[in-house]
Design a protein. Structure first.
Length: 368
């Protein structure tokens, strides 16, 4: 099947909005290639190029697609062309500027369907690693010669890694790759299916049957809110306390004045005592506590972006220190910076709780 790139407008090659090299690499990784690149500056030229193409070709239109609509007589007032459509036997994909996600989620699946290629997919959902770090970790696996393909879909600190292979790929090659990837991603992997971090942790909690209590400071109830989006959480979530002030931490959770005065609310000791205070309730099996500084100013509680997550039971409470600062922090408003740091804290708490639930053998039936 031919893939024709139709470049519309004289400036499309030079304005830097379209990465032809990257498109070529993405296609060649999946055994497709750009058959030819054609240029047009008006609807008449586009009509001629379409007429010259084969009926089963895919045409990827880049640049000023208004001329394409005119050539195909699809220029309805106030309407724009859809991302992809058929005209006769030809398939058109509209891409005014380069969009790697559209290439992966629209162009390649359409090519697979039209060329009758069938793929299976294994999904690895990760947290806490950037796409660049994941690519480096998996570099050797991505160089394999078995036509097993890797796609990365980052979203904040989460990233989905999709490992795709054709049905003709040997099962031993697939198993070896999947097992190797699982081992390499063990410290950041939270699920082997297309599910959010909150949903994955909620499922683990429901399966454990344990009673959870949450005490939150800088995350402001976000951890509990993320969990209760899953139906049935009332069976496991015992309580959620937002202890934002030092007074609330002392009165509601029993955090000592000594810790707050000498070490501050943003400290490992404070997180530990917040979780320990929850575990004083005999009906609480697992405790999660969060405390940190989401900014935008440091004030008395230390570094902006520094936070502590405590997770545990009556046998042991573990405290995790994290620091998160967006790369573009200097360009963000104070409220957006707070939002991102808070989101990082919420997701980290969910991830650490999920790890605890996977590793714990005694959480079920109230055995803390």
């Amino acid at each position: 099947m031919n893939v024709i790139v139709l470049v519309i407008g004289k400036n499309t090659f030079t304005d830097g909005n379209f990465d032809f090299k990257r498109l070529s690499v993405l296609l060649s990784d999946r055994d497709y290639e750009i058959t030819r690149i054609r240029c047009a500056e008006n609807a008449e030229e586009i009509t001629d190029i379409i007429a010259e193409s084969d009926e089963d070709d895919m045409i990827v239109a880049v640049g000023d697609t208004a001329y394409l609509a005119e050539a195909l007589d699809k220029n309805e007032p106030g309407e724009k062309l859809p991302d992809y459509f058929s005209a006769g036997e030809r398939t058109f994909v509209v891409m005014p500027v380069f969009d790697e996600r559209k290439v992966k989620e629209v162009v390649i699946p359409l090519l697979n369907i039209r060329s009758k290629k069938c793929f299976n997919t294994v999904i690895f959902r990760t947290f806490g690693r950037t796409e660049e770090e994941l690519r480096e970790l998996l570099r050797d696996q991505m160089r394999n010669r078995n036509k097993i393909m890797f796609d990365f879909y980052p979203d904040g600190e989460e990233c989905a890694v999709r490992v795709r292979y054709s049905r003709s790929t040997s099962s031993s090659a697939v198993n070896d790759t999947v097992n190797a990837v699982g081992d390499l991603l063990a410290d950041c992997l939270y699920a082997l299916k297309d599910i959010s971090l909150a949903e994955s942790t909620a499922e683990l909690l429901l399966a454990s049957g344990a009673k959870l209590s949450v005490a939150e400071s800088f995350t402001g109830g976000g951890v509990a809110s993320a969990l209760i989006a899953t139906p049935g959480m009332s069976a496991c979530l015992r309580e959620s306390i937002v202890a934002y002030s030092d007074h609330a931490k002392k009165k509601r959770l029993g955090v000592s004045s000594d810790v707050l005065e000498k070490l501050g609310a943003v400290s490992a000791d404070c997180a530990f005592e917040m979780a320990s205070g929850l575990l004083n309730d005999p009906e609480c099996d697992i405790a999660v506590a969060t405390t940190g500084n989401a900014g935008p100013t440091a004030e008395r509680d230390g570094t902006v972006g520094l936070y502590y997550i405590a997770v545990g039971d009556r046998n042991a409470v573990h405290v995790f220190e994290h620091y998160y600062m967006p790369e573009d922090a200097s360009e963000l408003s104070g409220s957006e910076l707070r939002r991102r740091i808070t989101r990082s804290g919420i997701e980290t708490a969910l991830f650490e709780l999920g790890k605890y639930l996977k590793n714990s053998k005694g959480a079920n039936n109230g055995q803390g």
